[in-house]
Ligand binder design. Structure first.
Ligand SMILES: [Mg+2]
Length: 386
């Protein structure tokens, strides 16, 4: 059995484009992967085309060997677009392997340690704040809208959410822009916005629902500490803050009783190792659309060696959700999985076998491979023009 082709599809995902990889074989078995990189997809698909000749003609079941060959080829630009393309191809190869062996991917990773995965509703409020029309959801413009949304969270059975600072009519502007690479301090208005959003959710959701706030890479050490401290009364599930300096993150963690989660922008074992060695965070958040199943699983096992929980970064396509579900079904140190409940209304139309969300939990799929194929004519309906 040989790989005969590698294709990609860029599809409108509502709040961001989805980037899919399809690997074809001379036996007719195909596999699907996700390497969504939001706005940088043109670079990722160029890299997929660049790497395709290196895998065509090889045995698709050689997942370990192909991963490390591609990693060696890309050694001088590790991570970034190269690893994202590698991750999409890698997940597709695992999908093929599962289909060939008649087993779900989780079975190939050691077997299931759970049947259901606890989910948190990600971008809760923030997607409706900036993309409500596209997502066909009620707009969020005020803290009262967040209260109404909280009722929906509870009705749907979610036990946790993640939100962001956002522009609301009755709160100070948080004072940063997505494109800004400067700043990093938390101004008084920023802190008031964070407290306004989080306290509204805490009040409306009650004391037992997990609330996470994602501040990404926006704040440097002092700013992140101020945000973590000001949110201590609200007992966050975690504050999600990113830095490439594990010493800085450890300092943040030691400065507050708010839990710290990090890692969505890290790649591979050597990316996570200095953070785990320093116990710089409470929870790590590897992205399997950017580390693949082969390397993603190794990162989870490294975290286990440091007694650390894993909550995968999963804000991409439904294939990424299936990838995350298969890996997490087989990992003992799973904590919780991200899901965008406010997703593109056509998400399930793309899938031959949409996954099941039941009362805030994802039911681990039992089908061979990842659990679903994609329907190409549906992808074409939502294709993004190049
Ligand atoms: Mg994040």
């Amino acid at each position: 059995m040989k790989i005969s082709g590698v294709k990609w599809f860029v599809v409108d995902g509502g709040a961001r484009p989805w980037t899919f990889v399809k690997v074809e074989t001379d036996d007719g078995v195909v596999g699907w992967g996700d390497c969504t990189e939001w706005d940088a997809w043109p670079g990722v698909v160029a890299m997929i085309d660049h790497l395709a000749p290196l895998v065509i003609g090889r045995d698709p079941q050689d997942t370990e060997r192909i991963w490390f060959d591609l990693a060696a080829y890309n050694v001088r630009h590790k991570g970034g677009l190269a690893w994202k393309a590698m991750a999409g191809i890698d997940s597709a190869l695992w999908d093929i392997k599962g289909k060939v062996l008649g087993a779900p991917v989780w079975q190939l990773l050691g077997g299931k340690v759970r049947d259901r995965l606890r989910l948190y509703w990600s971008h809760c409020g923030s997607f409706r704040n900036r993309a409500a029309e596209k997502l066909n959801r009620p707009a969020v413009r005020t803290t009262d809208d967040l209260r109404r949304l909280s009722e929906e969270v509870l009705e749907k059975g979610y036990t946790a959410i993640k939100t962001n600072m956002m522009r609301l009519e009755d709160l100070p502007d948080p004072g940063f822009s997505k494109a800004s690479g400067t700043g990093g301090d938390a101004l008084p208005a920023t802190l008031k916005n964070a407290v306004g959003v989080v306290s509204t959710f805490r009040d409306a959701l009650g004391p037992d629902v997990g609330i996470a706030l994602d501040i990404a890479l926006r704040f440097k050490l002092g700013g992140a500490i101020d945000i973590a401290r000001v949110l201590e009364p609200y007992n966050l599930m975690w504050l999600e803050t990113e830095t490439f300096d594990p010493g800085a993150l450890r300092t943040i963690r030691e400065s507050t009783r708010t839990r710290i989660c990090t890692g969505e922008s890290l790649f591979g074992l050597d990316g996570y190792k200095p953070f785990l060695e320093r116990y710089a965070q409470d929870v790590i958040m590897p992205d399997f659309a950017w580390n693949g199943i082969t390397m993603g699983r190794k990162v989870c096992d490294l975290a286990l060696a440091y007694d650390t929980l894993v909550a995968p970064h999963n804000c991409h396509s439904p294939i990424c959700t299936l990838v995350s579900a298969n890996v997490m079904a087989a990992c003992s140190n799973f904590m919780i999985l991200e899901i965008d409940e406010d997703d593109a209304p056509w998400r399930d139309d793309l899938m031959t076998h949409p996954f099941t969300i039941d009362n805030g939990h994802l039911v681990v799929p039992d089908r061979p491979g990842l659990g679903s194929d994609l329907i190409e004519r549906e992808l074409e309906k939502h294709a993004i023009d190049q």
